[in-house]
Design a protein around this ligand. Sequence first.
Ligand SMILES: *[C@@H]1O[C@H](CO)[C@@H](O)[C@H](O)[C@H]1NC(C)=O
Ligand SMILES: *[C@@H]1O[C@H](CO)[C@@H](O)[C@H](O)[C@H]1NC(C)=O
Length: 535
Amino acid sequence: MSFLYIKSRLHVSSTEMILCILFTLVAVPAESANILFATSFLSVSHQSVFQPIWKELSLRGHNVTAIALNPLHDKTLTNLTEIDLNYMYAQKKEVSKKWLRYFLEKPGFLQVFLKDILITYLFSIMHDNYFQQPVVQNIINGDQEFDVVIAEWLFPTLGAFSTRFKCPLIGITSLGAPIPALDSVGNPSHPVYSPDHNLPIGRELSLRDRILSTLYAIYVRVHYHLFVLPREDKTVKKYFGRDMPYIGDIERNISLLLLNRNLIIHKIMPVYPAVIELGNVRPIKVHKPLSSELKDFLDNSKNGVVYFSFGSNLLSSELPEEYIQAIIETFAKLPYNFVWKWEKDVLPGKPKNVFIQKWVSQTALLAHPNVKLFITQGGLQSLEETITNHVPIIGIPSHSDQTMNVDTAVKYGFGICIDFEDLTVETLEDAILRIMRNESYKQNVIKAEKLMNDLPTNGLNKAVWWIEYVIRHKGAPHLRSPALDIPWYQYLLLDVFALVVPILVVLIYIYYKIMKWLILLLKNCFSKNVKTKKE
Ligand SMILES: *[C@@H]1O[C@H](CO)[C@@H](O)[C@H](O)[C@H]1NC(C)=O
Ligand SMILES: *[C@@H]1O[C@H](CO)[C@@H](O)[C@H](O)[C@H]1NC(C)=O
């Protein structure tokens, strides 16, 4: 009896076990996807937006392969494989040094166009170099399979991975998107109310700005289609094989475009359903601790601290000498303490009230109660961090979206903008004193922070949700913009105008003639009537 009982128990449990195994076999591939996250732009601030996303995807059980310029190297993330390309920064250093002077200047009218030629060219060199790397070659030629490719989308080239792995493509940026990237999802970008984010213009456009923006919007597309795409197509075919489709067709197959646009910092613009605005992706309140030396310096700065950093791309120690001297002289004059992110061992002529450090845990520093002002180049990540920590800014913008970002701070009343060419002891001293002596800057940054964080969810959750959406539905063709499937002359209504305008002209002419005739007729009748009455 008991034997039978045991046998039946055994029987049941083995069925259960088989069911269990079957379930896991069926359930795992449905829930956990193979994700390729490919990034290419050598910039810590860009990478800092992507890192939390690939980390979170791996924590949710996806098998994530990240081609990372700044890998997390976190051994606890067992579902994450990071392809380390950090060594490529060494190559970039040489290029940046050469072009620094050029990036510092706010470009003039014509320089804006030349800059686009230069930057797209540098991007092309970078991508060719990128695909050459043995670790990237291993991915291209390997036998791994992916369910979705997430590609940094300042440029279309990485989209080739999605064709290689025959899976949906998601574009992502750590800031807004340039016009060609918006075009790839068919999103409108009006030159006056949503100008390209790389233009060195503020929120309010003067007539000169509107002309610049309009010409740029036309020029950038012509250049992109005539030169940039064919060049990238060559690169793609060189590394992925001759039979790859045209990169201009691949980019239009994109399922979603995730932009790290922040509704407070960026100028608002119309977005299609396939464009997701993230914002606040990084956990700013979580930070690495300050060095004890720096912490002591901050604790003992009773008059307040001004923090000065140009971020990770533009090294302040590489600035032209006259700027460095002006900054040193200003800091020495003022009754505050200064923390300067200075990338060398010594700062010749360093005043007593200045503390230098090569790398600073910026979020921790901004969170310190004695830090009252941040002098920044106006990068998006720095702006998010300073708003979160209620620290007003002096913005000295130099390239890409920085002019627009700093203008936001000016608009909300928590910042002052100084252009590089205006950077002198007088302008800097005046700006520092104005903010340090006036409480309203602080009040305004608090207001901006309240607005910025009043959202149903943060950018990280949003990103993960939408990526999983594309995985669940194997793409999102139903979100595709109809603008992508009509020829450009139809999009611009050229055929409609070509037909309607001549007809309208003829109709108006006929109408004019008839009216003229009618009026003449009335006039005649009227004058006859008057005449007969008089008689
Ligand atoms: C790895 O993925 C599995 C599911 O595939 C999940 O159960 C586990 O928690 C993940 N581990 C980590 C450390 O993220
Ligand atoms: C675009 O996506 C569709 C469906 O996934 C696929 O059949 C087609 O080959 C893709 N085209 C290109 C150019 O990648």
